[in-house]
Design a protein around this ligand. Sequence first.
Ligand SMILES: [Fe+2]
Length: 205
Amino acid sequence: MPQVKIYSEDNPNEFEELTELTAIQAALFKFNIKVEQWQTQSKLNPQAEQEEILEAYEADCRRIMQAHGFAAVDVISMHSGTQLAPDEVKKIRQKFLDEHRHADDEVRFFIDGQGLFCIHEAGKVVQILCTAGDFISVPAQTRHWFDMGEQANFKCIRFFGDEEGWVANYTGDKISDRFPKLEDADLSLRGVQSTTSQSHSELTV
Ligand SMILES: [Fe+2]
């Protein structure tokens, strides 16, 4: 279940918190953001490769690809226990943290782990903490950033139109510096140390 906090864009200290799915969906509808809860495939091996994962979620993937006119899906995995230099992790995290837009919708399904989507529209900042089973769709041209946190632990299905569509067009606004990070949204992540790697060659934000 996603956890949602809604801030005024000029006040990162006060927020309205939503934890109930129908209230979250109604609030996010105003920003054209869609969230869903998918049935997670509990039989899926945590070490499953992309092909096996996409097969397990085939029906949902087909539905989303048709609805958005997407051409492709893949699985991105960032997790502890593998080797990416801490500097590299920091760099990737910052790339995601800088506010940007895309020409296509940004659509993700969280199989495992967590990530914080931050939407900046209509004078508000909406932070959506996604965990396993959460689906999120952020419309094209929406200003947003994403925080994978210091320890970067997530596995997501990503949906794509074409290469142009998922290029990040940075706004130059450093707003993410002022707002809470993943570790603030998910207190269970504080103080956890690990190394990080990616198992996919392409990263988009
Ligand atoms: Fe993005």
